[in-house]
Ligand binder design. Structure first.
Ligand code: HXC
Length: 536
């Protein structure tokens, strides 16, 4: 028994041996060798990746970012999970290369899933890395770009993998309208993983390699007996042309990533910063006589609205979204006099430029994007109306048209409407008319704004008179002429203040540039509310 006196140094940690001479060099060399091994990746898996026609995650980041600008975060991160094929296999990076770099000198945050590690599948550590760069992007107000190439939720990590996805989706929604989000699909993107590109502002896909679906061909076959290939079920052309899931489709990774760089050059870093401006071009004095030649004066003769856009914008350059989907409306980002604008235009070349479900949805989402990021809107109107028919009505064209209406009504950015020719009925109202809040309405002398075209109007108004007439055709001709002269003459809306000016087509670029300058400081304070209830 008895007390023992304890000396303080008995508790001291054993002292590490003094470092041997030269060990700093050894540690540095070991560290450098490990980094090199991680960066090089598994040679066989890399070879397989190339065999699939794909670049590695690091090569993709090299193509996307300014040379030498990439700073990697969490390169040494490994999963802490256990179980078969996990405990003894803990590769660094955990299948995703994450960090930050620049595009044309402007900061972006990025992650690139690495299919050579666990098939790019998403486990707990992988998800935490993505969340970390998302948090940094949001905190610093910089765009987020995700390169997807993944087998989806890492099956062995179970619910934790699902939980990892949920945390990413939640951050995407929190960042929506605050920082631009771009998803680039460069391989499989299956199951719930597809919701990440779906939540992004822009989704790029590459033909042959990119695939997106909630359930793959095997499950489809098991459930319904339907046999379908990966490409037919969820390839780039399906999503770029039919479903509208892909915003832009490319043939190869090089052109795809170069296009992402072009897009980023047009986007603000966040919702508080302006989009990058280039020096003015003197557009206010720029006459474009070709505009008057491009558009035939006959209201139903087709032309390509993209030619009009090219003539209006700086250098004829624009970034078109959903080129292959709902082509009856075109939506594009471009510059006018150095300022980034969003252009929405009816496309008379496709379905006569009619508005239908898909076109309404496409334009609505684009208008909302521009509004969220303070990009002014220029709307080019040449629209015969909404597409009639049971297919459209039964599938909810009313709901989708309402989305576009809602998007415009809500938009508080500078808004300029240019009416080139027809603007009939509900479609006139929806295409950024004075009544729903356009700031500046311009019309060409070819404008025809009315509830409906003259023929249809005369049929409705004078059916009985025409039936009773001795010479119905003559009466119809007279009535059509009268209707056109009284209600559809080029200054009808301008005389009533619903159009602010009737302009020479050649003067359109100058007038729009002047309007943008006039509206630059526009501010709108809406009423307080949690959020509106947009008809989804
Ligand atoms: C763990 C996976 C994986 C996954 C692929 N791998 N997907 N590991 N979890 N989800 C591994 C493979 O075991 C293989 O490992 C390597 O990645 C390469 O895969 P392969 O099958 O050899 O490649 P390939 O033939 O090109 O086929 C790619 C594929 C296929 C089509 C993606 O791997 C596949 O069908 N994977 C499962 C897809 C899936 O059902 N995921 C869950 C979806 S549900 P080795 O060691 O052999 O190299 C989901 C829910 C998300 O994601 C929910 C969010 C709410």
């Amino acid at each position: 028994g008895g007390l023992r006196v304890v000396r303080a140094d008995e508790f001291a940690e054993p002292k590490p041996p003094l470092p041997a001479r030269g060990s700093m060099d050894r540690l540095r060399a070991e560290h450098a060798a490990l980094r090199e091994r991680i960066t090089a990746g598994d040679a066989k898996a890399v070879e397989r990746q190339r065999g699939l026609g794909k670049h590695t995650a690091r090569e993709r980041l090299d193509m996307l970012l300014d040379a030498g600008s990439f700073t990697e975060i969490d390169q040494f991160r490994r999963h802490q999970a256990s179980g078969r094929k996990l405990t003894d296999h803990r590769p660094h990076t955990d299948g995703v290369v994450a960090g930050s770099g620049t595009i044309e000198g402007r900061r972006v945050f990025v992650y690139a899933q690495d299919f050579t590690v666990f098939g790019g599948s998403l486990g707990q550590a992988h998800a935490a890395k993505i969340r970390k760069v998302m948090d940094l992007a949001l905190a610093t107000g910089a765009p987020l770009i995700g390169l997807n190439d993944s087998g989806g939720a890492r099956i062995q990590e179970g619910v934790l993998a699902l939980h990892g996805y949920g945390g990413i989706f939640r951050r995407q929604v929190a960042a929506s309208g605050v920082i631009p989000q771009i998803s680039v699909v460069l391989g499989p993107c299956a199951g719930g993983a597809a919701y990440s590109p779906a939540l992004a502002d822009f989704t790029f896909m590459v033909r042959d390699t990119a695939k997106m679906y909630l359930t793959g061909p095997d499950v489809v076959a098991a459930v319904s007996g339907e046999r379908v290939s990966h490409e037919e079920l969820g390839g780039a052309d399906v999503h770029g042309g039919q479903s509208g899931v892909a915003t832009v489709v490319h043939d190869d990774e090089e052109s795809c990533l170069a296009d992402v760089r072009y897009l980023v050059s047009l986007l603000p870093a966040n919702n508080l910063d302006p989009a990058p401006r280039l020096p003015e071009r003197g557009a206010a004095g720029d006459e474009r006589p070709r505009l008057a030649e491009l558009v035939p004066p006959e209201p139903s003769k087709p032309y390509d609205m993209r030619d009009v856009v090219a003539e209006l914008v700086d250098d004829g350059d624009f970034f078109e979204v959903h080129e292959g989907w709902a082509a009856n409306v075109i939506c594009a980002l471009a510059r006018i006099d150095g300022d980034v604008v969003g252009v929405v235009g009816n496309q008379p070349m496709v379905l006569s430029g009619v508005l239908d479900r898909a076109a309404s949805q496409k334009a609505a989402r684009f208008v909302r994007f521009c509004d969220a990021f303070a990009i002014p809107l220029v709307t080019l109107v040449d629209v015969p109306g909404f597409l009639p028919g049971t297919e459209q009505e039964h599938a909810g064209v009313i709901r989708h048209g309402a989305q576009l209406l809602y998007a415009y009504c809500e938009a508080s950015v500078p808004r300029i409407q240019v009416i080139l020719r027809k603007a009939y009925g509900g479609a006139y109202i929806v295409m950024d008319s004075r009544s729903i809040g356009t700031d500046l309405s311009l019309a060409w002398p070819t404008n025809e704004i009315a509830v409906m075209g003259a023929q249809g109007a005369v049929d409705v108004l004078f059916r009985r008179d025409l039936a009773a007439a001795a010479d119905p055709e003559r009466l119809r001709r007279e009535l059509v002429a009268e209707y056109t002269e009284q209600l559809m003459h080029p200054h009808y809306a301008a005389e009533r203040g619903l159009v602010d000016d009737v302009i020479d087509p050649a003067h359109t670029r100058a007038a729009v540039a002047g309007g943008l300058a006039m509206l630059r400081d526009k501010r709108v304070q809406g009423p307080r509310r949690k959020h509106g209830n947009v008809p989804l």
